[in-house]
Design a protein. Structure first.
Length: 202
């Protein structure tokens, strides 16, 4: 009888030790999994920041402009922008001649033409009227240079889009930067890089 009791006690003790070991092992696995998830999340955030930075696009503005000019010869560019659309950065370039307006979209990393279209200008924009909005594309500073200057005015923010526009005969870069809900728009002379205006939007 005493032998049976001793065996039962020994068996119960072994079971408890085994359970404790499994619990410890499971705890270690959970900790490792949590650490791995945290590391993965950190890497994902870092990659996301890089992918969202418009200055990281591979096709320079000069190449995008050249592609437009080869596609729609004898027209003049009135607007150029690069921003994320459908998960990838795209150039959208608009231009005109005396009778039609044109739009070209390019993949900003491969240079591949995504779409192109043209349509007739309205009567009040035809015959050279709309051409007056043509951008001055001579001696443009690069996209990366424009972003670098803009980021110096918006510390820690990521440039999410950029465009070249014209106002009062002045062609300028406008760079939009964002971080945690804060948005800054920086306008700078497209040829010299001189900062023209800074707008903050919380």
């Amino acid at each position: 009888m005493n032998l049976k009791v001793a065996l039962a006690v020994s068996f119960a003790s072994l079971m408890l030790v085994g359970c404790g070991s499994n619990s410890s092992s499971q705890s270690n696995q959970d900790s490792t999994s949590s650490s791995s998830t945290s590391s993965s999340s950190s890497q994902s955030t870092s990659q996301s920041t890089t992918h969202d930075d418009v200055s990281q696009v591979k096709v320079p503005v000069s190449t995008a402009i050249k592609t437009y000019q080869q596609t729609f010869a004898k027209s003049e560019i009135t607007d150029l922008s690069v921003e994320r659309e459908l998960g990838r950065f795209q150039y959208e370039i608009e231009g005109v001649d005396d009778s039609r307006e044109y739009t070209l979209k390019l993949d900003a990393n491969s240079g591949k033409v995504i779409s192109k279209r043209s349509e007739r200008l309205d009567a009040d924009e035809a015959n050279g009227v709309k051409r007056q909005d043509a951008l001055d594309l001579n001696n443009l500073i690069s996209l990366s240079r424009a972003v670098t200057i803009a980021q110096s005015k918006a510390k820690g923010q990521t440039a999410t889009e950029a465009s070249i526009d014209k106002e009062s005969e002045q062609t300028y870069w406008e760079v939009q930067l964002e971080k945690q809900g804060q948005e800054t728009n920086v306008k700078l002379n497209a040829q010299t890089g001189k900062v023209l205006a800074i707008e903050n939007d919380d």
